[in-house]
Design a protein around this ligand. Structure first.
Ligand SMILES: CC(C)(COP(=O)(O)OP(=O)(O)OC[C@H]1O[C@@H](n2cnc3c(N)ncnc32)[C@H](O)[C@@H]1OP(=O)(O)O)[C@@H](O)C(=O)NCCC(=O)NCCS
Length: 168
C-alpha cells in the first residue's frame, strides 16, 4: 500500500492562493462556515494579519498545499488561556487520504506539548461523518447539539459541540 506522507508547516501570507483553492471546493464549503466564491484579497489579508494567538498549519505534498488547520487561543483572556478552538479543511481532491489526521497530530502536539492547552473545542455539523470520525479518533467527545446553528445550501443545519481534554 502506498502510504502518503504529508509535510506540516506554518501558513504564510504567500499561501493565499492555496487557501482560496481549498475553499473553492464544494465539499470544503459544505463542511465549514465558508461561503462560495472565496476572495483572494480577503485570504491575503487574513494571512498577513492573523489574530493574536492563532496558529495556521498547512499540510503539503511535495510543496503543494492541500489542507489547512487553524488553532485559535485566547491570550488576552486569563480565564480562557487553557482553551483552544480548531477549524480545518482538506482540499476536495485530497480528502480521505490521511491529511486531516496528519494535521491533527501536529495540532494536538502543539496544544499539549507547547501551548499547555487543557481543553480543545470545536463545532461540527451533525451530518459530517468523516469529520466526526476524525475528531473521535483524536479523543474528542460530544458535549451537546446547537440547533439551526448555520445556514447551508438552503437549509438550517445543527452542529455538535465537541471537546478534547488533555490527559494529565
Ligand atoms: C473532515 C476532514 C477534515 C477530514 O480530513 P481527511 O484528510 O479527509 O481525513 P483522513 O483521511 O485523515 O481520515 C480521518 C477519518 O475520517 C474517515 N473518513 C475519511 N473520509 C471519509 C468518508 N468519506 N466517509 C466516512 N469516513 C471518512 C477516515 O476513515 C478516518 O477515520 P479512520 O482512521 O477511523 O478510518 C476533510 O474530509 C474535510 O476537509 N472535509 C470538508 C471540510 C470539513 O468538513 N471540515 C471539518 C469542519 S468541522
Amino acid at each position: 500500500m502506498n502510504i502518503q506522507t504529508f509535510t506540516i508547516r506554518r501558513a504564510e501570507p504567500s499561501d493565499a492562493e492555496a487557501m482560496q483553492k481549498i475553499f473553492s471546493g464544494p465539499k470544503a464549503i459544505w463542511g465549514t462556515l465558508q461561503l462560495p466564491y472565496p476572495s483572494l484579497d480577503r485570504w491575503r489579508k487574513r494571512l498577513a494579519e492573523p489574530p493574536d494567538g492563532s496558529f495556521g498549519l498547512l499540510a503539503c505534498v511535495e510543496n503543494e498545499v492541500i489542507g489547512q488547520l487553524g488553532l485559535f487561543t485566547f491570550p488576552q483572556n486569563p480565564r480562557r488561556r487553557h482553551v483552544g478552538q480548531i477549524g480545518m479543511a482538506i482540499r476536495d481532491d485530497w480528502q480521505g487520504k490521511g491529511a486531516g489526521s496528519a494535521l491533527m497530530v501536529a495540532a494536538m502536539d502543539l496544544a499539549d506539548s507547547w501551548l499547555n492547552l487543557f481543553r480543545i473545542e470545536l463545532e461540527v455539523y451533525t451530518d459530517n461523518e468523516p469529520a466526526i470520525r476524525l475528531y473521535k479518533k483524536f479523543g474528542f467527545i460530544t458535549e451537546g447539539t446547537l440547533k439551526s446553528f448555520a445556514y447551508r445550501g438552503g437549509q438550517y443545519v445543527d452542529v455538535y459541540t465537541m471537546a478534547r481534554f488533555r490527559e494529565k
